[in-house]
Design a protein around this ligand. Structure first.
Ligand SMILES: Nc1ncnc2c1ncn2[C@@H]1O[C@H](COP(=O)(O)OP(=O)(O)O)[C@@H](O)[C@H]1O
Ligand SMILES: [Mg+2]
Length: 287
């Protein structure tokens, strides 16, 4: 990962006057700011000049139809697909996230849909999978067990019988909780979740939504991809709608209703224009 020495505001930064020291982190800078992010796969423009701000302590729901570019966007943020163009700022600093390691170093942790858990291993072992540095620092099993226990307790994950239970015996919601706990254990500042409730029933979904809310309440930025608008309206602070690779709406969740969100998702535009009562924000509903 490299941090650019470049200064100067991006032309798409809205109406704000360029900051005098635009390279410096200011408190009105979101944790993560994407500007003009593009990614092409052959003939497919998977992401087309995407702008998105993700703030600490907030849940941002990323929605869009199949093929809209949701997975590509989170994989780009996570360092799996470097973008073809555009700018990524972390705490106001331009960064290049080229590998998952770069993302992890910034504090970006992504929980993919398959969760990448090992069913035959217990909760503790799973939580330390891929955290080899942490594992080496902690050295012994009992300390790892304590750390795992503490992390789960901090997240109020109280439904697991024993942290020595094999993950294969857990419910869907518990598995998701273990994957999230693993993600936050290494000081994640941004947790990205791809369809965390897609395979879950009602009560397990509630468990995971509570967990998502708790992450945000602890000051973590959460970006959650979801197909389920009921979940989205239950948990999100902000909505971001992708349509054919373009960001067609971003704003506080209170600016949307289900019908409007469905319209944006399926047509890419909005027949009614909602104006935030709080004045100009990046609540730009293009279309
Ligand atoms: N690795 C890839 N190679 C080629 N095309 C891809 C690849 N990943 C995604 N795409 C294409 O990019 C577009 C966006 O896909 P994706 O990000 O998976 O959408 P979503 O997650 O919103 O369903 C689709 O047209 C998809 O076919
Ligand atoms: Mg996807």
């Amino acid at each position: 990962m490299t941090i650019d020495g470049e200064t100067g505001a991006h032309p798409n930064e809205g109406d704000r006057a360029p900051a005098p020291h635009s390279g410096a982190s200011t408190h009105d800078e979101p944790l993560l700011r994407l500007r003009g992010l593009s990614k092409r796969f052959g003939a497919v423009q998977a992401l087309n000049e995407v702008d998105l701000d993700i703030a600490a302590g907030q849940v941002t729901a990323l929605v869009g139809d199949n093929g809209a570019g949701k997975s590509t966007l989170i994989k780009t943020i996570s360092g799996i697909w470097p973008p073809d163009g555009g700018e990524v700022r972390w705490k106001g600093e331009p960064v290049h996230v080229r590998t998952p390691k770069d993302a992890a170093a910034l504090g970006i942790a992504t929980v993919y849909q398959d969760l990448a858990l090992c069913d035959n291993l217990d909760i503790v072992s799973n939580m330390f999978l891929g955290h080899e540095d942490l594992r080496r620092r902690l050295l012994d099993e009992s300390r790892m067990e304590l750390t795992a226990k503490q992390t789960l307790a901090d997240l109020s994950v109280t439904t697991v019988r024993s942290i020595r239970q094999v993950v294969g015996s857990l419910s869907g919601g518990q598995r998701q909780s273990v994957a999230v706990a693993r993600a936050v254990m290494s000081d994640a500042r941004l947790v990205i979740l791809d369809e965390p409730t897609a395979a879950l029933g009602v009560s397990q979904t509630a468990l995971v939504l509570e967990l998502i809310r708790r992450l945000a309440d602890r000051g973590i930025a959460v970006l959650v991809v979801s197909h389920n608008l009921t979940d989205v309206f239950a948990v999100a602070d902000r909505l971001a709608v992708l349509y054919l690779g373009g960001m067609v709406g971003t704003g506080p969740i209170s600016d949307y209703d289900t019908q409007g969100a469905v319209e944006l998702i399926t047509t890419g535009s909005y027949s009614r224009r909602y104006q935030a009562a709080t004045g100009p924000s990046n609540n730009d509903l293009k279309g």
